[in-house]
Design a binder for this molecule. Structure first.
Ligand SMILES: NC(=O)c1ccc[n+]([C@@H]2O[C@H](COP(=O)([O-])OP(=O)(O)OC[C@H]3O[C@@H](n4cnc5c(N)ncnc54)[C@H](O)[C@@H]3O)[C@@H](O)[C@H]2O)c1
Length: 445
């Protein structure tokens, strides 16, 4: 840690501690005098949510906010003020204004919650400006960007943590604990996916998207025109990578990916705006269901699916399967050969959830309640802030952020080559052989 960063952690005291209203818990963490000084870049839907979580803590100052849209930046600044903290610096109006925020010397870290194409450029610039980075998912959209994150973090010695909140989902953490306790035996196969009908998000209002549209319709939909691959892999792959010890004794080696035809978005446009709507002429690149299979160095497979253009209930479709048994999240069921009462029959997961509830959830479950996405959002912010305060590695590091994000561009490459296998880069440059798992260990935060 640099001298100035270390100093900032022990300054403390000045920030106000008022809890926010609006359903967010008043967090009693950080009652010591170590403060983390944050800047926020991108305060739309997600960034505002993360900001509120940071403001609900006693150990954060928020000294600057930035958004392309002045009204979003000003709204964020008002939230900071209303929390009893000092007025933050506000940067708004230009694509490049985040660089002015990064030039400030009173920030230890920045939180990046902008459209995907900005994640890596902003994170790289932040690390070069001496700031630690928490970046939304996926951390990168090309393989070069994955390497840029790794190389910059190594060169600057600044951490870059992708905010993969699903790693902290309560059932996922119980399953991870069960994996480590050996209940599933030796792992053989895992499965996951981002299966979320986003049609109402991709078009807003009606059949419109692009400039002038609300929220993610403004930018996310364009990816479905230009890219055919798993453009949002990490909510599923991150938690399963933890179970599989990826980059910590194991690694992703090859990937094959296959896309279906694209029909969902066209049909939605026609239903919303009629067959003559200008957007009905669009040729969508993104297949409605993209299925990738990853082979791991230790011999396991991981199936990852992306399915956001068709009518369907939400599911991340987790499955963890080993020589001793299987858990599946969709039917909330489990079968463990030596424990389940009847062979060939599922048992409800509920009992196992209680027995194997992760120590982090036992410790912080009440504080986490109401923090968003079933409580897991509390943990991802807590993990980042606590790591900085203690001068320890972040719970998700830059190598994991790169490896999980790389599934996106690799799946595009495989599909473009007729589902040919493509090789994963080893972002750890061989360190995966000796690195040990740390995420979710009992003494972690
Ligand atoms: N982890 C999760 O559960 C979760 C949930 C939702 C969104 N996300 C991720 O969070 C990110 C943001 O998504 P969102 O839903 O908040 O989108 P959004 O469109 O609501 O917000 C993005 C914000 O970034 C701003 N922006 C765009 N370009 C900018 C620039 N150059 N400088 C500063 N600000 C800029 C926009 O004006 C907007 O306010 C995305 O990466 C998304 O995938 C993650």
């Amino acid at each position: 840690m640099s001298g100035s960063t270390r100093r900032s952690f022990i300054q403390g005291g000045a920030a106000a501690t008022a809890a926010l209203s609006g359903g967010f818990p008043a967090v009693l963490r950080g009652s010591d005098d170590r403060m983390v000084r944050l800047g926020f870049i991108g305060v739309g839907g997600r960034g505002t949510h993360l900001l509120k979580l940071a403001l609900a803590r006693k150990d954060t100052q928020v000294n600057a906010v930035c958004d392309l849209r002045a009204e979003a930046a000003n709204r964020a600044a008002a939230l900071v003020r209303d929390s009893g903290r000092n007025d933050p610096g506000v940067y708004a109006g230009e694509d490049d204004d985040f660089r002015k925020l990064l030039a400030r010397e009173d920030l230890d870290a920045v939180v990046v919650a902008t459209p995907w194409r900005w994640h890596t450029p902003m994170s790289v610039a932040a690390m070069k400006a001496g700031k630690a980075v928490a970046v939304e998912v996926p951390a990168a959209v090309t393989l070069q960007e994955c390497w840029d994150l790794v190389n910059t973090s190594e060169a600057t010695k600044k951490p870059c943590m992708m905010l993969e909140n699903v790693c902290y989902r309560r059932d996922v953490m119980a399953a991870l604990k069960m994996v480590r306790d050996g209940l599933f035996g030796e792992l053989i196969h895992c499965q996951c996916g981002y299966q979320h009908d986003l049609r109402h998000v991709k078009f807003n209002p009606g059949a419109k998207f692009g400039p002038g549209s609300k929220g993610e319709a403004n930018w996310r939909t364009q990816h479905s025109i230009q890219r055919n691959g798993d453009v949002y892999p990490t909510h599923g792959a991150g938690p399963m990578a933890n179970c599989l010890d990826i980059d910590r004794g194991n690694r992703f080696v090859t990937l094959t990916s296959t896309a279906t035809k694209a029909r969902g978005l066209h049909e939605y446009v026609v239903r919303q705006g009629g067959a003559d709507h200008p957007n009905a002429k669009i040729q969508w690149a993104l297949g409605d269901v993209v299925t990738s299979v990853i082979k791991c160095a230790r011999g396991e497979t991981l199936l990852v699916s992306h399915d956001t253009n068709l009518p369907r209930p939400y599911s991340l479709n987790f499955r963890v399967q080993g020589t001793g048994g299987i858990w599946m999240s969709d039917n909330k069921s489990i079968y463990i050969e030596d424990l389940s009462p009847e062979s060939h029959r599922w048992e409800p997961f509920e009992k196992y959830q209680k027995e194997h509830d992760h120590p982090l959830w036992k410790r912080f479950g009440e504080e986490a309640a109401g923090s968003g996405h079933g409580g897991m959002d509390f943990f991802v912010v807590n993990g980042f802030v606590e790591a900085l305060k203690r001068g320890l590695p972040t719970p998700i590091d830059v190598y994991e952020s790169a490896s999980w994000s790389a599934i996106g561009p690799l799946s595009e490459r495989s599909i473009a080559r007729g589902s040919a296998p493509v090789f994963f880069p080893d972002f750890t440059r061989g360190q995966w052989v000796v690195s040990e798992p740390t995420f979710g260990l009992d003494d972690q935060f």
